[in-house]
Structure formats: C-alpha cells, structure tokens
Ligand binder design. Sequence first.
Ligand SMILES: [Zn+2]
Length: 93
Amino acid sequence: MEETTDINRELMLDANATAGILYEIFGVEMTASPTECANCGNEGEVGALLAFVQGPGIVLRCSTCENVVLRIVQTPDATYLDARGAVYLRLAR
Ligand SMILES: [Zn+2]
C-alpha cells in the first residue's frame, strides 16, 4: 500500500477557482500567462499548474515535477506572494 507517496489530490482546486483568486491578486487574467518552473524548466500556462489548498493559502505546483511554483497567502490586510519557484511570471499589460 503506497498511499502517502503522492501529493494529496483531494485538495486540488479547480481551474476556475484558481483563476478567480489570481485575478483578484494580479488584476489581470493569469490563466493563459506563461511561466517557467525554476526546478525543472518546464514552461507552461499558469492555468496548467496544479493548485492546492494548504492551510491559509493556496499553492500552485509544476504539473511536471510538482515543485512549488507559487504560494499565495491572504490575510485580512495583505496578500503574501512567494514566487521563488518560478523563473518568471508574465503579466500582460
Ligand atoms: Zn517543474
């Protein structure tokens, strides 16, 4: 029985829920924006990342290597964005 080897897919958010949160933070539609994983170099759209609810925030993981690309925590008066897992994020102007 190997049930702890994979990340908990029951905590995955659907793409629409993720899009709403990202729009609220960045003010632009992010799901079609390109990004690159700092761990494996996989390039893809933000909407293709795996989104998970963990504690008070959400975590977006690379769909290839499951590295944490973005971590977002919202408090009553601030949003914390940890993007160290991304080489870049592209925000359309
Ligand atoms: Zn990766």
